[in-house]
Write a protein that binds this ligand. Structure first.
Ligand SMILES: C[S@@+](CC[C@H](N)C(=O)[O-])C[C@H]1O[C@@H](n2cnc3c(N)ncnc32)[C@H](O)[C@@H]1O
Length: 390
């Protein structure tokens, strides 16, 4: 990742960075000392650069939380900074490169894209946890008129399938590298023809981590169109019974079970279990009723919250754990006598959001982008407001 290592800055140079650089908007100092953050605005993007210091040298590097997608923009910012301040550079790696980042493809969609997305096909299906992608790629080849959205939490698997999409010249797959348990929330009602859940991790000792749960199943029924099908296949006896019980509690849905049914394509995990002569259980959940449209009534505004000197002391040091979400104020940076930057993590335990909150006398906002519009993030946001509204 891009950085520039420089001779240690003296206090005068450090204090003049905001005035002397064309791209730096503010400096934020960690309240417990050590490092500094600089707010950058460049090519319509806002992000932070970090200044790390040790006894010998200083280093400007990217900040993980606000990192822009394109690495070249960070390199450009470091180059401009180095020229503006006439820095004494010891080492850098900021030459612009043409190589594409590892997870970059027009078929890769971010969770945020779904806040406002158009589906270019009438038929849409989802596969949860596609692993090697054998089943997903096969379905997409066989049914070019259907859009297949594959959701996989494991980044290397997502990467591998994106490569295959390119090699096989497929146009009808989107890959989402995210937690499927949170993803369905982002889908409109009555859209999907199928949801494939093939060989989910059984989590027999930690059932709360399973993909199938009452809330997932309710969301699945909402997003399936009438006669749409959730297809679960599992080798786990426990998972089978658990899912069956969960499905049977739902009104207006049909449940059908099967055993050792052969599909046209055998997934990697299925092949393994078949070799071991294990039973394969299948449960179908069929939607029988049209669901209400989902109204996304979520706003991440902080209303009239502004800087107040009590806020810093009011922030808890430890994470606040609530039912289904958490909030953790990780670090506080001071920008001036009346402005703070607060680094925090919040939302779901499995896919937390990491954000900064910029707080000045007249303004409070997430820097540099708002969280994903999910219910847990919204709950966490309301909790955050309680601590800032002092
Ligand atoms: C046992 S593998 C099965 C893979 C594939 N379906 C098959 O049959 O070969 C389970 C897959 O689900 C993925 N996974 C687990 N939890 C997930 C979640 N919450 N959201 C999305 N993917 C998940 C794992 O990374 C893994 O690739």
């Amino acid at each position: 990742m891009p950085h520039i290592k420089i001779k240690s800055l003296d206090k005068k140079t450090l204090d003049s960075i905001v005035d002397n650089s064309s791209i730096i908007q503010f400096r934020a100092d960690a309240s417990n000392g050590g490092d500094y953050l600089f707010g950058v605005e460049l090519n319509n993007e806002k992000f932070l650069l970090q200044l790390k210091r040790d006894e010998h040298n200083d280093m400007f590097k990217y900040d993980k939380v606000t990192r822009p997608l394109k690495v070249n923009i960070i390199k450009e910012a470091l180059k401009i900074l180095s020229e503006d301040l006439d820095l004494d550079v010891i080492h850098n790696n900021i030459n612009q490169s043409n190589s594409t980042p590892p997870l970059s493809s027009e078929y890769l969609k971010k969770i945020k894209d779904f806040e406002n997305i158009e589906f270019p096909y009438d038929e849409v299906s989802i596969e949860v946890g596609f692993g090697s992608g054998r089943h997903l790629l096969y379905q997409a080849q066989k049914r070019p008129d259907t859009l297949f959205i594959g959701i996989e939490i494991h980044t290397p698997s997502a990467q591998q399938v994106l490569k295959q999409i390119e090699l096989q010249n497929l146009k009808n797959i989107w890959v989402v590298n995210y937690d499927a348990r949170l993803f369905l929330e982002m889908m409109p009602s009555n859209l999907l023809s199928q949801i494939f859940v093939h060989f989910p991790v059984p989590w027999d000792k930690k059932p709360h981590r399973r993909v199938i749960s009452p809330s997932f199943t309710n969301e699945a029924l909402r997003v399936l169109r009438v006669d749409g099908l959730l297809e679960l296949r599992t080798d786990s006896h426990k998972y089978f019974w658990y899912s069956l019980e969960t499905f049977l509690t739902l009104p207006k849905a049909q449940v059908v079970i099967d055993k050792n049914k052969d599909l046209e394509i055998t997934s990697k995990y299925e092949a393994r279990w078949k070799k071991q002569e294990k039973n394969i259980y299948e449960v179908h959940l069929k939607s029988e009723e049209k669901s209400a449209e989902k109204v996304l009534n979520i706003s991440f505004r902080f209303n009239d919250i502004g800087y107040n000197k009590e806020i810093k002391d009011n922030l808890p040091n430890k994470a606040i754990i609530e039912d289904g979400y958490f909030v953790h104020f990780e670090r506080v940076y001071s920008i001036s006598d009346s402005a703070l930057l607060i680094k925090c993590a919040f939302g779901s335990f499995d896919r937390p959001e990491h954000k900064y909150i910029l707080l000045t006398k007249n303004l409070c906002e997430y820097y540099a982008s708002v969280p994903v519009k999910t219910e847990v993030n919204y709950q966490a946001h309301k909790k955050i407001m309680e601590f800032l509204n002092v």
